[in-house]
Write a protein that binds this ligand. Sequence first.
Ligand code: PMP
Ligand code: GLU
Length: 397
Amino acid sequence: MSLVSERLAALSPSETLAMSQKSAELKAQGFDVINLSVGEPDFNTPDHIKQAAKEAVDNNFSFYSPVNGYLSLRKAIVEKLKKENNLEYTPEQIVCSNGAKQSVCNVLMSVVSKGDEVIIPAPFWVSYVEMVKLAEGTNVIIPTTFEQNYKLSAQQLEEAITEKTKAIILCSPSNPTGSVYSKEELKALVDVLKNHPNVIIIADEIYEHINYIGKHESIAQFPEVFDRTVIVNGVSKGYAMTGWRIGWIAAPQWIASACNKLQGQYTSGPSSIAQKAAEAAYLGSQDCVEKMRKAFENRKNLILKLASEIEGFNLKEPEGAFYIFPECNSYFGKSYNGKTIQSSTDLAMFLLEDAHVACVGGDAFGAKNCIRMSYATSEEQIIEAFKRISASLKKLN
Ligand code: PMP
Ligand code: GLU
């Protein structure tokens, strides 16, 4: 018997975390598994950030922080937004949470009412659609194609907006496709959005610092939409701090206040120690960020070459983030040991079992013909993974 609520029953578990969990279980059984599933930098958190956390412990940052985070951290974020993005916010417009994941969920829970439509271009990060479900909203999924580099066009956006549209979620650099919107592409979307003043823009910029094509462009830079854009960002990816769980929003005051109210009844402020570490990340030298970005770029070049050599994989060069997302549907219908690959999830399962390489099927990202591979791992591991993938795929016929 299960007595879970309808809300929970409708929710799918996180496929990215599930695959990562499966790979950890196989590893624990003694198998040599290479994990390309979860999107998590393999670098250790830089020393000066760890040092700040140690000092925070010694200095008794052990009490509840304000619900929206320490003022000193919010000021550091305001400074970052000014310096890196040329955007003006006050500390009251920043709300810090337990990772950018909670930040996205807070915003959706704060603005979406039952039946409100939320536009999500596909491929999308797995959690968006589930969070919209939690908020009792309606997902409006707009498929984008390989040819358009998986970026939403102005025309698609115009056609998707109805009088029920409450929000749109944009992710740039994108998980899972690696696409990055240029300033011109964002402007084209803004030219549509300016005629729909009630639509809120949720701009997930968690991969801001992992960009291979130049300067990060935020949609918040356009005055036509600034006062209804919520930037989501955090320290997980750019500073190798996934486990510290610090994300944040920069939002119009009414949305920041709503998230503050929600969080005040739900989680309170995030970890006091982790906040002091995040503050050091923003205020300290940014050399570590560039060093890691460069390492990701080298790995991107390597994995792109190896994946392009795999027969039947069709892929774009990522412009940011740390994923490749090849089309792999040429393997659908092929079999091995009596098992037929019918979907990208089947292919991911086959690669896990046969090659001991963990990837995530595109189904969970709204792209059933693709498979996601994270290259946030060492070059040796990437080379070994592709040796195994290539050998396993050759067994399929
Ligand atoms: N948005 C995207 C697109 C992500 O890939 C992730 C990855 N975890 C998050 C948000 C959440 O990040 P965090 O670890 O800070 O919760
Ligand atoms: N965002 C990462 C990913 O897509 C981490 C896992 C998760 O939070 O879903 O793999």
